[in-house]
Design a protein around this ligand. Structure first.
Ligand SMILES: NC(=O)c1ccc[n+]([C@@H]2O[C@H](COP(=O)([O-])OP(=O)(O)OC[C@H]3O[C@@H](n4cnc5c(N)ncnc54)[C@H](O)[C@@H]3O)[C@@H](O)[C@H]2O)c1
Length: 468
């Protein structure tokens, strides 16, 4: 094809989801496509005149993903191809179905790079940008997100070393400032994993830019900040989900099913543990309550408040002890929380920054009137761990001997190996694609957990058990 020659490529795929119809077509590649190769689209037969400016769509509900004149560039098997398509509403689809794409190519032959299935799969993806891509994002969430069927990472932002992160994950666009990321029209949703002190401002900025937001825990340092952030999301009609990803762990999902089936009877006591060795590090934001909102309690115990509530329902009363036992910094390195759930069960949550990593088995223990469920290594960032349970299916007769050295009756239980980071991204993307607000880890839960957190700290100061 000569440089000024145009090829007409009819639409090949029409696919519908709740919000929009995706009209896709297979792009015809050739040499690496760049700015010299421009797309021109016209819908000639049913609508008056061209609707779309070459390369950039500005029309009403149309949503294109331009990248310097092309909608998308991607390398597959060493070939560079481009994927194109547009979202239209149902009514527009009627008009557009007879349209075609006209592409002016800069020469070099034609080749198809995308199968129909690929086009359809990409139409079902949400395009993410990451804000704060260097810590947990780089270690866990981005690798997890890249495995999610419905997420596509298009940009990363971090004030430090972002170019290296972009290369690591094969992302073509990287930014040093929030504003640049939020101005990127290809970004539909942001994942915020910056230090907590920046969350409130960044959520508000992202909401005002019309981006959906998956934000790391804790949502903000305080309940007051969180209320402003949530209000901004509601005002701007964007979805907000918080990163309490442990609920997505396969073992925890299995436990939830067992609890809902009443397999251990009435829940009476739950214990959850998460500790680590976190020595003083100059400038570490978690080590100063001004930047972290607190220490071991807000950073780690909140994960477990959330997880235990997932199993047995809301906490109604709380009392915490916090302290600085070992580490020399301003945030607490020790926290033990005593809780009472609305169902009546008691619980303790112990989280320390001053226990060697290998000394803590991150135990989860759930006891009921008809059995118990225990895990090791499921709390934390892994997909694995050990899950065992004892079900007193035959009832529990009184035994005056109270023998505790009985043969162990616990059985190992299997569970699906689910990467919790992949699962949380997948869930959020699915909510966006289907236009339904997240029910798991949504704004109400975020506000509730922060209220509980503030009550826990207050209970220690006031030496009282407080109602939530
Ligand atoms: N869910 C989990 O498993 C998990 C685990 C660890 C941390 N977290 C949460 O993730 C968030 C980040 O924690 P972390 O351990 O990755 O911290 P970190 O300090 O290791 O990394 C934070 C990253 O943000 C960058 N950054 C600094 N200022 C920024 C700004 N203004 N805008 C954007 N990025 C900025 C830093 O350069 C760094 O790359 C916190 O909310 C934390 O509680 C969650």
């Amino acid at each position: 094809m000569g440089s000024q020659e145009a090829a007409s490529i009819p639409f090949q795929t029409v696919l519908t989801n709740q919000n929009a119809v995706f009209l896709g077509f297979l792009a015809v590649g050739g040499p690496p496509v760049g700015r010299a190769s421009r797309l021109k689209m016209e819908f000639r037969d049913s609508l008056s005149g061209p609707l779309i400016h070459p390369s950039v769509c500005l029309y009403h509900d149309l949503r294109l993903f331009p990248d310097g004149g092309l909608l998308r560039r991607r390398t597959i098997g060493g070939l560079v191809g481009n994927h194109t398509g547009l979202y239209v509403n149902d009514k527009q689809k009627e008009s557009f179905s007879g349209g075609c794409l006209e592409r002016q190519d800069n020469g070099g032959g034609t080749r198809q790079f995308w199968s129909d299935e690929e086009v359809m799969a990409m139409a079902k993806q949400v395009q993410f940008g990451v804000m704060g891509a260097g810590g947990i994002a780089r270690r866990r969430t981005i690798p997890g997100m890249l495995k999610a069927r419905n997420c596509r990472l298009v940009a990363v932002m971090d004030p430090v070393g972002v170019e290296e992160i972009a290369v690591q994950f094969g992302v073509s666009r990287c930014y040093r400032t929030e504003r640049e990321l939020l101005q990127d029209s290809e970004v539909q949703a942001v994942y915020i994993a910056s230090p907590v002190a920046f969350h409130a401002r960044q959520i508000i900025m992202a909401a005002e830019a019309g981006k959906h937001i998956l934000c790391e825990k804790p949502l903000t340092r305080t309940l007051a900040e969180a209320k402003k952030a949530v209000a901004a999301c509601r005002r701007n009609g964007v979805f907000l989900q918080e990163g309490y990803m442990m609920k997505f762990h396969g073992a925890h999902r299995r436990i939830k099913e067992l609890m809902d089936q009443g397999r251990i009877g009435k829940p009476v006591y739950l214990r959850a543990q998460l500790s680590c060795w976190y020595p003083p590090i100059p400038g570490a934001w978690r080590q100063d309550p001004k930047t972290g909102g607190g220490g071991a309690l807000i950073d780690m115990a909140t994960h477990l408040y959330d997880l235990l509530e997932y199993f047995v329902g809301p906490i109604r009363r709380v009392a915490a002890m916090v302290g600085r036992l070992v580490q020399d910094y301003r945030s607490e390195d020790a926290s033990t929380t005593l809780v009472e759930f609305q169902c009546g069960a008691h619980g303790t949550i112990d989280c320390f920054y001053c226990i060697p990593d290998e000394a803590s088995r991150t135990r989860l223990e759930i006891y009921g009137s008809a059995g118990a469920i225990l895990t090791e290594g499921t709390i934390g960032q892994s997909t694995g761990g050990l899950l065992e349970a004892y079900f007193a299916d035959q009832g529990t007769g009184y035994n005056a001997l109270q023998s505790k050295d009985v043969q162990r009756k616990f059985q190992r239980l299997s569970f699906p190996k689910i990467n919790p980071y992949t699962a949380e991204c997948d869930y959020f993307a699915q909510c966006i694609l289907q236009g339904r607000p997240p029910e798991i880890n949504g704004p109400e839960n975020a506000l509730h957990i922060l209220e509980l957190t503030e009550k826990a700290y207050a209970s220690y100061r006031q030496k009282k058990i407080l109602s939530v």
